[in-house]
Design a protein around this ligand. Structure first.
Ligand code: GLC
Length: 724
């Protein structure tokens, strides 16, 4: 209910918003006159048709005026299999496409250019499949290891999220397709995702949970954004005036459209007044051919406008945003690009992302790489070695054109090496170790020179059965960090039989390794690395590729060490109040481990190489509140390799408490043996600011700042101090 007095204020704000929108549109992309002319020709009913779905993945068009339906499709790492207009999975269409590595694998490359290439492939394939919007990237902060959808996202650190999503979005949109950054905001768990209410401080919001979305809007010019299922400070994500109107549209100047997550709109007036432009997926009961005019932003809006209960100018503002996106992608007044599908180039990009995203966590006595000329046999053990993952995970599922499994990759890239495979474990939720399978695995390990164990987490196969055998999937969180299906027991038996065991972990993030990590010489984190994942993994194991991935999130030793658990709350009170208090606040990930002196299993930014790097020659100059930092990195080993040099900033004394250090710059450089390069990173004043939620603004305290440079958040090689 809007009080009379505030009505006037709302009018003023709205008029200001419309003007600023037109001004912005005029400046960058002169379609506002054409859009205004179109809006004048549209009837009330036609406008309302445009602000809600017209089928499972489309929204209403107006053929009379040449306004097409907006066609959307999942997902963040590949174009989802075709669904009919009423959701049924269409098993006949030729929709097997390029299954890219998942979000965390892309983030683990720490290579923004590769982010652009990734987005280009996704946009091109979406265009080919006739989609106007691809529903990705998913960039929710990885706050804790149990979130079932972590695999789809990117990082625990907002700076890395920002740098990797900007390239991706530009890549997609340069293909004439709109990206859709999601899920705005604080959708960091799957437990009760449709109903929980997230409470957090303004500092945590501004410093941790917003920067990725702000970068998507202001640096990448993302065309569409998807609001989140959960409530935020008591208001649904799809109805949050603060998030959608005040911050996203007014403060950040977002000109595109806000769509809801599917079935995330709950009230007509709230959605209408508070910035929801396009209602998708509302559940009208699983009827065939549901009547989409029954949506909250359907006929009810027509009636309320006619009754003078809702102002029409807000409808025009929503339609303006939808038309803005259509003009920007050539859907109106242009031609939609046709895109390409399943090309060799797309597959090569997928391979490159996998090669650069797989992380070498441990490599004692340089067990890796394996020399395929001297190693006679390898025991490949583990169900994940021979399992296809692409259709797992929920809405981000992809029917892969093909999928090279680790086993296939090790065979085809192994030359004369004899591969002995043993499944080792079965994928049955709650299933324990199977002695027969263990015996087979031990036998294979005993008769082989080396063992490559491939295990870890796993996706469910299909949308409908993901819950019973998935540990990385939408709508379900992991219960703990324990490796499932009796893998710990299996692995200990295998290592005992053959100490030369390389452990390869697949999945969306950290797993409890404490039972065996000290007993195994080598560990690789392989995520879900796309349709070329098996080849990338094999090339790294055989040394054809030198690994360069770095962890985009901390791996805690055990769940209790993680801040969302230790400081709390995860998943919050999902039985009663449904409130989740983000008491870990700004101390997410390494910010917590540093501040509270907790040793992670593997640190944020950690990743080894088959060569070694030396850092030297740190130089820093300041001009005003900007600093120029340069340093030299040298490849001191025998093989070429890439290093991600990371720059962290530590404020010595601050008015409010701050993390020990924060990532404020990084650069990935390729170096031949003996080669050295100078890296230069500019830090503008944003790199030194924090959000003072007493003054409710970003501030920079004058004083001393330490500049820390190294190959991970816990291997700082250079350290200097500047005064601002
Ligand atoms: C799902 C997901 C969202 C997806 C949408 C359409 O519930 O939360 O990421 O894009 O619905 O499938």
């Amino acid at each position: 209910m809007i009080k009379k007095s505030s009505f006037g204020k709302v009018w003023m704000l709205a008029i200001a918003a419309t003007c600023s929108l037109q001004a912005n549109a005029q400046a960058g992309f002169d379609t506002s006159a054409k859009i205004s002319a179109l809006i004048k020709q549209l009837t009330l009913e036609e406008k309302v048709k445009m602000i809600h779905a017209s089928s499972s993945f489309t929204s209403g068009g107006v053929p009379r005026l040449g306004i097409p339906e907006l066609v959307t499709s999942d997902g963040p790492h590949g174009v989802r299999p075709e669904h009919g207009r009423d959701w049924e999975l269409d098993n006949n269409s030729l929709d097997s496409g390029t299954y890219m590595p998942v979000g965390v694998c892309l983030a683990a490359t720490w290579n923004p250019k590769l982010g652009y290439d990734f987005g280009s492939v996704l946009g091109s394939e979406a265009a080919f499949r006739g989609k106007n919007v691809i529903l990705g990237p998913g960039i929710n902060i990885i706050r804790g290891p149990l979130n079932g959808r972590n695999f789809e996202y990117e990082s625990e650190d907002p700076f890395l999220v920002s740098k990797m999503c900007v390239g991706y979005i530009k890549g997609v949109q340069d293909q004439g397709v709109s990206a859709c950054v999601k899920h705005y905001l604080a959708n960091n768990q799957e437990s009760k995702r449709f109903t929980i209410n997230v409470e957090m401080s303004e500092r945590a919001l501004r410093e941790i949970y917003m920067p990725g979305f702000k970068a998507a809007v202001q640096e990448a010019g993302v065309n569409t954004l998807m609001s989140s299922y959960n409530k935020f400070r008591g208001q649904w994500g799809s109805h949050s005036n603060y998030l959608l109107e005040q911050v996203l549209k007014k403060e950040w100047g977002f000109k595109g459209l806000v769509m809801s997550d599917w079935n995330a709109v709950h009230n007509t007036a709230q959605a209408y007044w508070n910035g929801m432009d396009l209602e998708m997926g509302t559940d009208l009961g699983m009827l065939p051919n549901p009547d989409y005019s029954k949506f909250f932003l359907g006929d009810t809006v027509v009636k309320l406008i006619k009754a003078g209960k809702l102002p029409e100018y807000l409808l025009d503002e929503k339609v303006r945003r939808i038309l803005y996106v259509m003009f920007k992608t050539g859907m109106i007044d242009g031609q939609v690009k046709k895109g390409e599908y399943n090309t060799k180039a797309h597959q090569q990009t997928a391979l490159k992302v996998a090669e650069e995203g797989i992380v070498l966590l441990k490599n004692d006595n340089n067990l890796l790489p394996l020399n395929k000329n001297t190693v006679k046999s390898i025991a490949v053990i583990g169900y994940n070695a021979d399992r296809k993952q692409s259709m797992g995970g929920g809405s981000s599922q992809v029917r892969a054109f093909y999928e090279i499994t680790p086993l296939a990759g090790l065979k085809t890239n192994g030359g004369k090496v004899k591969i002995n495979y043993a499944k080792g474990y079965d994928i049955v939720r709650g299933g324990g170790a199977d002695q027969k399978l263990i015996d087979e695995a031990v036998a294979a390990a005993s008769k082989s020179d080396v063992v490559v164990f491939v295990g870890g987490w796993t996706h469910g196969f299909r949308y409908d059965v993901w819950a019973d055998n998935a540990y990385d999937a939408e709508d379900i969180d992991k219960q703990d960090m324990k490796m499932p299906f009796g893998q710990d027991e299996l692995l200990k038996a295998v290592i005992k039989a053959n100490p030369k065991t390389v452990v390869v972990l697949m999945g969306g993030g950290a797993i409890d390794m404490t039972q065996w990590v000290d007993k195994t010489p080598a560990v690789l984190q392989a995520w879900y690395a796309g349709l070329e994942g098996g080849n990338a993994l094999a090339k790294i194991i055989y040394g054809d590729v030198n690994p360069s991935g770095k962890l985009p999130m901390s791996f805690p030793k055990k769940l209790e060490d993680n801040p969302s658990y230790a400081l709390g709350e995860y998943p919050g009170d999902t039985a009663q109040s449904l409130i989740v208090h983000y008491l870990d606040d700004i101390y997410v990930g390494y910010r917590y481990y540093d501040k509270f002196k907790v040793e992670p299993q593997f640190a944020f930014g950690h990743g080894l190489s088959y060569t070694s790097f030396d850092y030297s020659n740190l130089k820093m100059t300041t001009a005003g509140n900007t600093a120029l930092v340069s340093f030299t990195v040298k490849n001191t080993g025998k093989v070429a390799g890439s290093e991600v040099a990371q720059l962290y900033v530590h404020q010595q004394k601050s008015l409010l408490p701050r993390p020990e250090k924060e990532l404020k710059g990084f650069q990935k450089i390729v170096l031949a043996p003996g080669e050295e390069k100078t890296v230069t990173i500019t830090l503008n004043e944003d790199a030194f600011k924090y959000f003072n939620d007493v003054k409710n603004t970003w501030v920079m305290d004058n004083g001393n700042f330490d500049i820390l440079v190294g190959g991970s958040s816990r291997t700082i090689k250079l350290n200097g101090t500047i005064t601002l």
